[in-house]
Design a protein around this ligand. Structure first.
Ligand SMILES: [Zn+2]
Ligand SMILES: [Zn+2]
Length: 830
């Protein structure tokens, strides 16, 4: 009988435990609703708050990424739940005591709740009655079953109410004391321990005396429990309780908004769901903001409203500062616009990439001579910003001086579509039209790009020709790790056209070589992104851009230039709407845009004069990240190449002198020198002779530079390199093979719209031609009608009739003629 009874008790107990267990398993956990209430918080790379967003209940509930500070922990446990570390979620003694007190008082006076039960209570937000208490008890048991004490305490403190729409101890610490919880004093910690108990009654904004009393009671208990010394206790009593609610500081607001907007793109790991750790560096951000503030005053004085800037770590591609506008609170000047992501005309800022690609293609090297002469491409006639031409110029000088004509000529040889494809692959996402619609002006600012995209392009140049996205999320906060990233990039074989394929196959060797670079970090960095330009070509271009001088000669700048080298490029868009400047060194990439967000032009807008000084101020103020003053000379990526010492092209059998220059490994063969010719002259060198007119034994062989007539004309004017070719023997009967002259304007097939002048009269058209020889006459004919003759500068002004016309010029020396057909339309506008 006794045995049966014991068995029955066992069964009953087991059943009760089983039921309890089932209950605990199936009761909803209090954790999830709490996590869902956390405010989205954007922090800098070292955890400094940048921007906090209200949660969908319009509350602030910041999670802290760190452990609960010791003072707060002691205070809270002593105040709320002395036996927190000893019970299993409920404290039966205090529950029974609370029950007795409450029954006697006929209302709920004591809660008897443990911290674990408090978590359940704030999670469920149930009214205070017996049934909700029972639910809270089971939830507390469940919590204890699955989580550590530290987790439960943190969960409580992260979500406890602190009055108004303030939840969580970090929020309270920041809003009431203006500091992170790690820096709380004993008095402040005690305040934060007593507040959640009845935040509506003792809120600092409601009753400071009540709050102070409660706090001091707790401080006394802490002192009695020997948690703080007598001196500290006395000091703590003197401290005031907070009187107001501080607002959060907002750093880099447009950057934070961008991060939030793109949040879904990344697989953030669970700890980053409410706290997103970015790459931004708070100190650098504030440093740059200060510099921008100083410049804002200056540019506002010139009637220019807006500045945007981006600072990128040149070694990692991490964004360190993001200035969306001169001032977020500047409503008058649309300060809330995110200028970093606004597409704007690129001006000349893309030119370095064209030159870099042209080097890899074998079209030029830095010392190669390029023609800078009036040139028409169909109906397109680019001109330089200065309005003048230099005849011939090295690629280096053409880039340093940002000459338009050589750039357009290089683009014409390189191919608009190939340059366009490069820009797309390198990350320009605002090329909405086809390459043929952009045409040759593409390299002069015909297309639009954002400051972000421009900084990304220059990062590719610094990153040895590997083009990739800039980073703005810290690697640790993203689930798919860097290795994953690398793998996808390596797997993704870019589609290639024939020439690029060729180029890449030769530079594959280059990549293989890089694998033997001993520094592991170097290897990781080097392999990231799409390889679009050779390392050698990147180095040569950076080396050219290092020589860029400040537009106004400035002695201080010369000093800067030698002590802190910066490779930089500026750009001003057509119509004075955008001023760009990008500067790079081994540590940093700094990109600056100035202008008006509303697109209002301003003649004072100039990349060199407005954005250049801002960019230089920033890059000079930034701390060096790399020990290198300048980019390391890439031994493995450059080789010596024999070039013509006069023209910088590959040496041909006609070139008398040669030089050795750096050329990228893997570049296509450089074009041979087109200008050196072997000619025969009379012994006095006065005339060129040919087999039709030479006298046996009375001629000699000479290597001379023979420019095309159009180039000759401009070189005569600049005196760069004299034309060495003498005129052909005037007595020669058979000579007719060489064309010594050219029609520069109008080009064949051109349509000319003749404008009216201020008096309403149609303006004459200036025809232009060039002759190799200064003293030889050119005879001009329009539709067979003789117009006149010229020599030296061959210009002829005339008003041609409407419709089709034929211009013919005749060479006095040879009698040869050339023609150009063009169409004339009379403009009806004044
Ligand atoms: Zn040559
Ligand atoms: Zn001859």
């Amino acid at each position: 009988m006794k045995k049966v009874k014991t068995n029955f008790i066992y069964i009953l107990l087991i059943s009760i435990f089983f039921l309890l267990f089932i209950f605990i398993i199936f009761i909803p956990s209090p954790v999830k609703p709490l996590l869902g209430r956390e405010s989205l918080t954007i922090v800098s790379e070292n955890g400094s708050l940048l921007r906090v967003y209200l949660n969908n209940e319009d509350s602030w509930c910041l999670k802290s990424a760190l452990k609960v500070p010791q003072k707060l922990k002691e205070a809270v446990i002593l105040y709320e739940d002395k036996y927190f570390y000893y019970h299993f979620g409920i404290n039966p003694i205090s529950l029974i005591r609370a029950l007795i007190v409450n029954i006697k008082a006929k209302e709920i006076k004591l809660g008897g709740s443990t911290i674990s039960m408090q978590v359940a209570r704030i999670s469920g937000r149930r009214s205070r009655n017996i049934s909700s208490k029972i639910v809270e008890i089971f939830q507390a048991l469940k919590l204890e079953l699955f989580h550590s004490k530290e987790y439960i305490l943190k969960l409580y403190l992260d979500h406890a109410p602190y009055g108004g729409n303030i939840y969580g101890y970090r929020t309270a610490s920041l809003r009431y004391f203006g500091k992170e919880p790690e820096y709380l004093s004993w008095a402040e910690a005690a305040t934060l321990a007593v507040l959640p108990n009845s935040p509506s009654l003792i809120s600092p904004l409601v009753s400071q005396d009540k709050l102070k009393n409660k706090r001091n009671e707790l401080l006394l208990r802490l002192y009695e429990a020997k948690k703080l010394s007598y001196d500290n206790y006395q000091m703590a009593l003197i401290e005031d309780v907070p009187m107001k609610n501080l607002s959060f500081q907002v750093v880099a607001p447009q950057f934070c908004d961008t991060v939030v907007k793109n949040k879904e793109k990344y697989k953030l790991n669970s700890s980053s769901k409410s706290i997103i750790t970015t790459t931004l560096d708070l100190q650098i951000q504030q440093l740059v903001e200060g510099i921008i503030r100083n410049h804002t005053e200056i540019i506002h004085g010139s009637g220019i409203a807006n500045i945007s800037a981006l600072v990128v770590d040149a070694q990692t591609g991490d964004i360190k500062a993001w200035i969306g506008s001169q001032d977020f609170s500047d409503d008058k000047n649309q300060g809330q616009i995110n200028g970093v992501l606004a597409p704007r005309s690129t001006g000349s800022i893309l030119k370095p990439f064209l030159y870099a690609l042209a080097i890899d293609r074998g079209l030029l090297l830095p010392d190669t001579l390029l023609a800078d002469i009036p040139t028409t491409f169909g109906s397109y006639c680019p001109s330089n910003a200065s309005g003048t031409f230099s005849g011939l110029v090295t690629a280096r000088d053409a880039l340093i001086n940002s000459l338009n004509v050589p750039a357009v000529r290089v683009l014409s040889s390189f191919g608009v579509d190939e340059f366009y494809q490069f820009l797309k692959r390198a990350g320009l996402n605002h090329l909405f039209r086809s390459s043929s619609e952009y045409g040759l002006p593409l390299v002069l600012g015909g297309a639009e790009a954002t400051l972000y995209e421009i900084a990304q392009l220059y990062y590719g140049l610094v990153n040895k020709g590997y083009f990739s996205q800039l980073n703005y999320l810290l690697k640790d906060s993203i689930s798919n790790s860097k290795t994953n990233d690398l793998k996808t990039n390596a797997d993704k074989k870019p589609k290639l056209n024939a020439t690029q394929n060729n180029k890449l196959s030769s530079s594959t060797k280059n990549v293989d070589k890089n694998q033997y670079i001993p520094e592991k970090e170097e290897k990781v960095r080097i392999k990231k992104g799409k390889k679009l330009i050779s390392e050698g070509s990147c180095y040569l271009i950076l080396d050219i851009l290092k020589d860029l001088k400040r537009p106004e000669a400035d002695q201080l700048w010369e000093f800067f230039n030698s002590s802190k080298p910066v490779a930089w490029k500026t750009g001003t868009s057509y119509g004075y709407k955008d001023a760009w400047a990008v500067g790079v060194n081994p540590s940093w990439i700094v990109a600056v845009w100035s202008g008006n967000f509303d697109g209002t032009p301003n003649v004072l807008l100039s990349g060199g004069k407005v954005s250049g000084p801002i960019m230089l101020d920033i890059i000079n103020a930034l701390p060096a990240k790399s020990s290198d003053r300048w980019f390391k000379y890439p031994d493995n990526a450059l080789v010596n190449l024999e070039v013509c010492s006069k023209t910088g092209y590959a040496v041909s059998s006609n070139c008398p002198e040669k030089n050795y220059v750096d050329a990228p490994v893997g570049m296509l063969p450089l074009q041979p020198c087109p200008y050196h010719k072997i000619i025969y002259t009379t012994l006095d060198g006065k005339y060129e002779v040919c087999s039709n007119c030479w006298k046996p034994g009375e001629y000699e062989k000479k290597y001379v530079l023979a420019w095309s007539p159009e180039i000759s004309q401009y070189i005569r004017d600049t005196g760069l390199i004299e034309d060495q070719r003498p005129i052909h023997n005037p007595l020669c009967q058979g000579f007719s093979s060489t064309v010594n002259m050219q029609i520069i304007y109008p080009g064949n097939g051109l349509t000319i719209v003749v404008p009216k002048d201020l008096n309403g009269k149609y303006q004459k058209v200036i025809f232009q031609a060039a002759h190799q020889s200064r003293n030889t006459y050119i005879f001009w004919y329009l539709n067979g009608l003789y117009l006149g003759k010229t020599a030296g500068n061959n210009n002829m002004a005339f008003l041609p009739p409407e419709g089709e016309n034929i211009l013919t010029i005749v060479d006095q020396q040879t009698g040869k003629s050339i023609s150009s057909k063009f169409k004339v339309i009379y403009s009806s506008r004044k």
